[in-house]
Structures are given as structure tokens and as C-alpha cells.
Design a binder for this molecule. Sequence first.
Ligand SMILES: Nc1ncnc2c1ncn2[C@@H]1O[C@H](COP(=O)(O)OP(=O)(O)O)[C@@H](O)[C@H]1O
Ligand SMILES: N[C@@H](CCOP(=O)(O)O)C(=O)O
Length: 329
Amino acid sequence: MAVYTEVDDESLATLLAEYEIGSVLSCKGIAEGVENSNYLLVTESGPHILTLYEKRVKAEDLPFFLGLMDHLAARGFSCPTPIAGRDGRILRHVAGRPAAIVSFLSGVWPRRPTARHCAGVGGVMAQMHRLAADFTMRRANDLSIAGWANIARACIGGADAVETGLGAEIAAELEVLEAVWPDRSGGADALPRGIIHADMFPDNVFFLEDGLSGVIDFYFACNDMLAYDLAVALNAWCFERDGAFNVTKGRALLESYGRVRPLTSAELEMLPVLARGAALRFLLTRLYDWLNQVPGALVKPKDPLEYLRKLRFHRQVGGVAGYGLEAAA
Ligand SMILES: Nc1ncnc2c1ncn2[C@@H]1O[C@H](COP(=O)(O)OP(=O)(O)O)[C@@H](O)[C@H]1O
Ligand SMILES: N[C@@H](CCOP(=O)(O)O)C(=O)O
């Protein structure tokens, strides 16, 4: 459960007085997520989500995240819509934290993703990439390769307590990725860039009986290579619980993405490298959280070693066929 900051009744009543969504009927901490404190806030006008932004979310990035959700929702993309108060402002302060209220999205996230779910997420990701193309705000990916090196420095000393040799393996991986990470200078061989979600995990994609119902949690969104978003999703959606990569799921995800935004041959070729980077990114942030647990917070840290196993898989993938696609387009 991720509730780092409690909200008392008085603060809640003061907050709600600034909106036109009626008074509070109930407000309960949500038993999921790891980054922010989330509450299911039911008012006279229905359910909403109250989010108090914590640790990794910088206050100066909030206009980007909330602006992006607003931009996508206005174009028919199913994601939370930020709700403005009577004064037109979306961002507030509650219990000493920056906070916002967003619309509630129906659906449940898939505990055991199938190839059908993977096809759904591939399609919706490509749609998001297209719809965000004219979003004018920018945010650099602070959890790309330079950011990984910073996190690695902060937790490499404790890594071997989690698994013997882990510190050295992370250092070696970073060195390799530094050498092969796709061109960041915008040269002719640069991969297509745009706004990416950067955390499109199963717990951030909701489904109803008739299919995908929406995407939440845009708090890592940024400008980066579009194919990196796919690399994150291959990691998050296409491995089985026993650690095996499921090529049927990989193919479903990639083909359905490609039907909305065809992938270039350079993107397909780079996929194994991008997937290694994505696996290292989640290995590092999980390792950091594992080693720096917040006393008293209602949060269950995620297993860093799951991503070490995924990283080792990507290292031996020779090309896009390893993810289920026949050949480069
Ligand atoms: N707009 C929303 N509609 C419905 N449920 C939501 C919404 N936003 C968040 N939630 C619920 O809160 C949980 C945690 O949200 P998330 O944004 O993933 O948190 P965190 O950023 O802390 O990881 C989700 O798994 C979901 O159950
Ligand atoms: N998806 C990340 C953790 C980020 O938490 P989320 O609840 O915002 O998805 C991971 O699995 O490490």
C-alpha cells in the first residue's frame, strides 16, 4: 500500500471547499502503487482520485504531467482528467505535499496478462505516442542512462547484500550500455522521439470485459525515444512468472503497436539494447527502494532481482526475432 502522507478530516474539508465536486462521502488510502500517496475520494458528485505527490516526483514537473493528461483526455484518450478548482487551478497543497484531484477511471489491471492484454497495450501505447505528438511542453527523461549511473552510485555499495556480485554486474552493464545506447544528439541515425509514458506496467493499464478501458500514472512521462516505451512494456508484460519470455505476448504487443505506428528498421534493430536499458532502469530503482525503505510508510517494496533476471535474458537476445517478430520491417 502506498500511503506516505495521511490526510486528516479538516484538511480534506478545506480542500473540497475549493472545488465544485460536492462534499466528502468517504476517503480511503489505496492499497497499490509505490510512488505517491493515493486516495479514493468519493464526493457527492462521484468517485475521484486524490494524489499527494511524494519523493521522486518533483513539484516543477507537475504542470507537465497534469498538462499531458489534460491534453490526451481532450483528444479522446482514456486517462485521468485533472480537475480544476473554482479558481481554475489544478495543483494544490494538502498535508504539506503538492496534490491534485483527477477523475476516476473504471476497470481493473490484469494480474496475469494474456496475449490479448499485450495486444491492447501495444495499440494504446502507439495511440498515446501519436496523440501526444502536438503536446508542446517538454520534460527530459531523468531516469535514462545518466540517471541510472547516479542511482547506481547511490546503491552499488549495498547491492551485494541483495545478491552476491550484483554491484559488479550493474557496473559492467552500465559500461556496455554507455557504449551502445542509441544516439542522443539527434543525428540522422537517431530513433524517433516524442512523449513516452515510461511506466506502462500492467498495474497502470485498466481493462473491462470488452477490452482496455484506460491508462493511469503519467508521473514518469517524458521526452525520449518512442521505442524505449515499447522496451519498458516488453519487460513488464511479456515475461511469465517463472522468468521465461513469452514470444506470443511479445509478438502481440509489437504487432499491435506497429499497426498504429509502424516501427522503423532502426527501432527494431535497437530493441534488444533498449530492453536491456529498461530492465536496468527498473532493477536500479527497485534496488534503491529496497535499500532505502521509508520507516512507517504503508508500501511493499518490489523485487529488484526480477529485473536482474529479465536483464540477463535481453543480453542474449540477438535480434527482434527473440521478441517474437519474424524480421525487421
Ligand atoms: N484515475 C484513477 N482511477 C482509478 N484508480 C486509480 C486512478 N489513479 C490511481 N488509481 C488507483 O491507485 C493505484 C495507484 O496509482 P498509481 O498512479 O499507480 O500510484 P503510484 O504513482 O504511487 O505508483 C492504482 O493501481 C489504482 O488502483
Ligand atoms: N513500475 C515500477 C514502479 C513504479 O510504480 P507504479 O506503481 O507507479 O507503477 C516497478 O514495477 O518497479
